[in-house]
Design a protein. Sequence first.
Length: 423
Amino acid sequence: MNQWRSWSAVAVIGALALTGCGREEGSASGPEGGGPIDDAPATGEVTIWAMGNEGEILDQLAADFESENPDVTINVTPVPWESAHDRIATSIAGGETPDISMLGTTWVGEFAATGALEPTPEGLVDEGDFFEGSWGTAVVDDVAYGVPWYVDTRALYYRTDMAEAAGVEPPTTWDEFKTFTEGLQAEGAEAGISLPPGGFDSWQYLAPFVWQEGGDIMNEDGSEFTFETPEWKAAFEYYSSFFSEGISDPVRLETGEIEQKFISGEVGSFFSGPFHVGLLEEQGGEGFADQFDVAMVPGTDARTSFTGGGNLAVFNDSENRDASWKFVRWLSEPETQIAWYDISTTLPSVQAAYDDPTFAEDPNLSVFADQLEDSKAPPAIPTWAQVSAVIDQELEKVTRGDTTVDEALAAIQGQAESIGTGL
């Protein structure tokens, strides 16, 4: 999850990063944690901030932890997503952080740079238990801060009735994808695919095409941005072709609009996460579940999709460090993650949870499980919000025909280098 934040909050984070990054200049070892966490029952009080719907319902799951650990009390504070980033930034600046906070995956780099987050204790969890792309969202400069709690990825939703009438199969390659979306249009869809033409977080839809080509946002050691590359050019040109060829409308459809246009047949396909399965079945009414399906994203060298979600981090100023990490560890256990899905419908971050029939025997959820095996996140750098905003702006210029792909990539590269990584 990645939400708007005010420029004042960005300024606070920038100042904190300069004065309290948590590691001395030239240090190769990075910040040190506070030692391992034992297996004794948790005790005392723990305060956790959780965002959105998760914050409203986490107390249901926390009650199970309290039953297993009778001497601990978990206090859940719900925080709206739209104010969460600023509230965390303010709490860090004022030295009034909770014990634990849920973090949007693209926030970890920012807050880790302030020195406010404690590195994940050695042996708390096994990083190999998590999806590789998801675990990477918790790692900044080779140091893990917290753990992935739940994950999100995007797959292709499409109208099966239109595809069958057009005689096209779910696409696996870029060429097939173009033919597929054109086929959906031939069967009455105004837009064969709905893609955001630019604007906030459009990079999340563009970046997978770069990854599918074998490109990336930064070089292997994270020292340089790599926007002026053949892979980025190919991705930009392919993405923008859906607008220049009239396959995607040049209008961004938000949640609430996309469902209705998909149900009506005005939109033939779109990329989204697993939450849309339930929304479409509910809003489409009886029988609509038989009119759509979900498939992995198409690709070239790979079929990589975007991964996001929510992470859990413990603050250095926690007044109950051990119990906090014990709660985080418990939330990462496969059985707990399955129980959490039953309550929240958010996907587990731990791979073993997908062996449960809840996921293994559900045709739609199993697609998302497969997609998570090939999914990536942006680099966990403190400045990602600023860099990604430049991508969003330049993508919109390209899809509107106001600039060329080469000019856009040069602008992104130049501004990204000026912004820097913040590390």
